[in-house]
Design a protein around this ligand. Structure first.
Ligand code: KIV
Ligand code: ZN
Length: 539
């Protein structure tokens, strides 16, 4: 058996499906590009039958990321489909443009799902699986089948269902622990049993694992599945996903890399890009990574205790099992200064994995010079923040044109905000709030008129020092009047969409305004109805 484990990334499907992780099409495309650069084997780009927007987002990824022209490996581009002709057609319509397309179809096999959700007999489920996998195979050579809630399904029944999927032409059999219920011993044994007992199982079939983290066991279960012979792991960046999330890609990749003698397996992932992609996903979704999160948390490589610091100074291996550089952390590295030119910046950004058009590079260069005037030392982390603030933003409906704040203990915190609107008009609005940020957000609300509830507001410094850039991420939820609903593949529930926003500046008040506007712009772009504002001063 090969010791190569394919990394199947579902950040853009199972990850994006989780409450609060909504991304715009442009953001999805950028994440897909980053995943391809990271070296993932399969990108599950979405659930095309969910809505025309979802189909279009997957189609764009299939065209633009699924056909690299620079000689790099083309990732498989996959679309999820329930076991219906309509879903399978939508999935194929979206992914067929990729060099390597895949249709991923699923049907539940646990007693509880078959009885209450599907209202189907086990025999009907077996028939449906054969019928739909066969249908998918008439369209696409690469078909993946998942028995949903596999972790709570009867193994004997799974062998029958999976045998039918193989007979119908499935090339990958993915075993989901949909509700994160199993333990590593159970899940490893389940995979072992499937490999040994499924009729028609052969070397050409990839057995895959897809674990949810409800008991905090997703990574352990995935590794147990790999030890039992699974050779595809379904994962998301930062472990985002339904409820407690999916298996985190960074944890699987680094476990296999750090413990080669235990697992004896490799992946095609360039681990030095992990930190960058983690930040990108966190900023786009507005879902902050907990500081003590393995591999990508802010404290994952920080040593605070005196005894630990002493040990580290004597030999870093005393308390460090991985070098920070292996996951792309070089946050304190001095990179460029005030006198660095455009070419030096371009080369350095390329080394960091960024490729920009001359126009975008020009904008980043101007911001870099501005920052270098305020801040003596510019690090990779500063550059990342600038790039994300400047380039990886949704199209701007409203942009920040000016900001003035008065606050302190002597009076009412007051902000005056000047925004440039969609038609080029300039809007000026003062407001009073409980604090400066509240005042700014109230003023912005009075111009933009996008009803929302602020769910989360986070501010932190990019690097150490009083002159550090401040990063702000926000998450907000559209409220009545702006709500656009989508159908989730698994729950059929409608929901209020949430939007993440990101802003960076040496002035955290400015960064806060930018982050809020960036989230509002996404909200507006998804439900845009132009509302003339009463306070336009020109345009
Ligand atoms: O968790 C799950 O069961 C899924 C399937 C659609 C693979 O996400
Ligand atoms: Zn899932």
């Amino acid at each position: 058996m090969s010791n190569y484990v394919k990394i199947f990334d579902t950040t853009l499907r199972d990850g994006e499906q989780s409450p609060g992780a909504t991304m715009t099409s442009a953001e999805k495309l950028e994440v897909a590009r980053s995943l391809a650069r990271l070296g993932v084997d399969v990108i599950e780009a979405g659930f095309p039958a969910a809505s025309p927007d979802d189909l279009e987002a997957v189609r764009r990824i299939a065209i633009e990321v699924g056909n690299p022209t620079d000689g790099t490996k083309a990732p498989v581009i996959c679309g999820l489909a329930r076991a219906t002709k309509n879903d399978i057609d939508a999935s194929w319509e979206a992914v067929q443009h990729a060099k390597h397309p895949r249709i991923h179809t699923f049907l539940a096999t646990s007693p509880i799902h078959m009885k209450y959700k599907l209202k189907m007999d086990p025999e009907e489920v077996v028939e449906k699986v054969y019928e739909m996998v066969s249908y998918a195979r008439t369209l696409c050579e690469d078909v993946e089948f998942s028995p949903e809630d596999g972790g709570r399904s009867d193994p004997e029944f799974l062998y029958v269902v999976l045998g039918e999927a193989i007979r119908a032409g499935a090339t990958t059999l993915n075993i989901p622990d949909t509700v994160g219920y199993t333990t590593p011993e159970e899940f490893g044994a389940l995979i072992d049993g499937i490999i040994k007992n499924t009729p028609g199982m052969h070397e050409g079939i990839t057995v895959s694992v897809h674990c949810h983290n409800d008991l905090g066991l997703a990574t352990a279960n995935t590794l147990a599945g790999i030890q039992a012979g699974a050779r595809q792991a379904e994962v998301t960046i930062n472990g985002i996903g339904e409820r407690a999330g999916n298996t985190a890609m960074e944890e699987i990749v680094m476990a296999l890399k750090t413990r080669p003698h235990t697992y004896n397996c490799t992946t095609g992932i360039d681990s030095t890009q992990i930190t960058r992609v983690s930040k990108l996903v966190s900023n786009y979704t507005g879902m902050t990574v907990q500081p003590n999160k393995a591999i990508v948390g802010a404290n994952a490589f920080a040593h605070e205790a005196g005894i630990h610091q002493d040990g580290m100074l004597k030999n870093h291996q005393t308390y460090e099992i991985m070098l920070p550089e292996t996951v792309g952390l070089s946050r304190s590295k001095l990179v460029l200064g005030k006198h660095s030119g455009r070419h030096a910046l371009k080369v350095h950004l390329q080394e960091m994995g960024y490729e920009f058009s001359p126009d975008d590079l020009g904008v980043i260069f101007d911001r870099f010079k501005e920052l270098a005037d305020k801040k003596k030392t510019i690090t990779d982390a500063d550059l990342e923040a600038l790039v994300e603030d400047q380039v990886y933003q949704a199209n701007e409906v409203y942009s920040l044109d000016g900001l003035q704040v008065a606050c302190g203990t002597m009076g009412l915190p007051t902000a005056t905000v000047r925004l440039r609107g969609p038609d080029g008009a300039v809007y000026i609005q003062p407001a009073v709030g409980t604090g400066p940020i509240d005042a700014i957000y109230k003023a912005i609300d009075q111009i933009v008129h996008a009803k929302n509830k602020l769910l989360e507001f986070n501010v932190h410094a990019v690097t150490e020092g009083i002159d550090a850039l401040g990063e702000v991420t926000v998450r907000l939820q559209a409220e009545n009047g702006n709500t656009s609903t989508r159908t989730s593949p698994q729950t059929e529930n409608t929901r209020h969409r949430t939007f993440g926003g990101y802003g960076a500046d040496t002035d955290i008040i400015v960064a806060s305004a930018k982050a809020y506007l960036s989230a509002l712009n996404k909200l507006l772009l998804s439900t845009y109805e132009e509302k003339p504002a009463a306070n336009a001063v020109n345009g």
